[in-house]
Design a protein around this ligand. Sequence first.
Ligand code: SF4
Length: 496
Amino acid sequence: MTEPATPLQTHGYPAFFRHRELGERVVVTSLEGEWIVLERDEFRAFVGGTVDRGSALHQRLVARNLVREQFDVRRAAQTLQRRKRFLHAGPNLHLVVVTLRCNETCVYCHASRADLDAVHTDMTPQTAEKVVDLILRTTSPHVTIEFQGGEPLVNFPVVRHIVEYALQRNRGLGKQLEFTMVSNLALMDEAKLAWLLEHRVQICTSIDGPPDLHDRQRKLPQASAHAAAVPWIRRINQAYAEAGLDPTLYHVEALLTTTRETLQRWREVVDHYVELGCRALFLRPVDPFGFAERTRRVVEYPRSEYLAYYRQAVDYMIELNRGGVEILERYAAIFLTKILRGDDPNFLDIRSPGGAGIGQLAYDHDGSIYSSDEGRMLGAMGDRTFLLGNVATAGYRDIVGHPTIRAMAIASNLDGQPDCVSCPYLPYCGTQPEHNHKTLGTMMGRMRESSMCAVHKGIQDYLFDKLGTADRETLDVLERWTTIRPREHFLQPPSG
Ligand code: SF4
């Protein structure tokens, strides 16, 4: 696979296109994200304008709006408009850190946690109300409040207060509210669960794989973190089923952190997720935020090793799907939704411009407001670049119009990124200024040195290779992964 050589064509037979060689084939995409995978001789004919106007190839190219003389401007504009729908919304995802205290110690988590006696890192009810007041000033009609930590169950009274206060304040505002909690579940009990179920709070957890792997990475003093979480996953799934909810849609979602040890154990990890009843697995690489250099050397790995792991694991997941098991990979689902449906699932780290400040905000326990959870973690490590203000004093316009947010919107707009402008994956891709800042020392980043770009490019290479070569049954699996079924049960009733 080589870098693109002739990125832009503005005259002759082809309409505007970008391309990338993938083995014996060439991926071609248009400005608005139409695409085709061509054989090399087809590509030569396309570029040279020697395609027979009566040929099947010509018809295929016209069907993808890639032929200049038959270019449909209206169709291109509509596609582009659909892809960028998210631009007019405003922040819809609001991450609230109700405490830094955590009962677990994870090898990859350092800046995000404090010991259980650090009660000064609990958010107070007064701060929580100011957080909610600011959240509900968003211009977005949809608002998701996601509880993070630390471990949110350690400060459960403030979780409850935020939900109840937000529901009360939303009366008359009429926003579509949703609540999500990311918890290790070790401090769950029946009373808390009953309250969470009654208030339709979606529950997510972290599972790093089979018990030995999970427990090596996530340590619960004198107990198994895995054994503390799994019975609650089953219990919650059972409660959803008892409430008459479709188990294929309503079940505990789990998040995986891929460390060096995970790379060798991809098959066990996939099997374990299937066994737990999960329908999705997000094979994210470990991110560079929140842990010490010493730890990085233990858990990190070259992105080439990660991509080999990714390809093996997703091949296996496709094989399982072909055998009737439903499990999808989230990166693939995000990219495929953009590639196959011309839509954007609004995943905030993979869109252009990115979601920092204009799609999401993060609120620390003391009311500090950051561009994202990654920006908050950098803040906890002493780098306040992405600190935007505090709920005690800042207004909504101060935050979303903050110079840092403006700079981040420019930095994450791929149309202004030197390497992205010639990359065929631009219509589907995204970059994260916080990641660029942390790993490359500049919000803009340099894509050819960016580990995030390497991951995005490697995954899209894999997917386009599949789209160009796979049989019908595999293509059907990949298409199924783009079906988004909303979980309407978790939307709060309008009256609260
Ligand atoms: S981030 Fe990398 S993969 Fe994505 S569009 Fe830019 S150059 Fe291409």
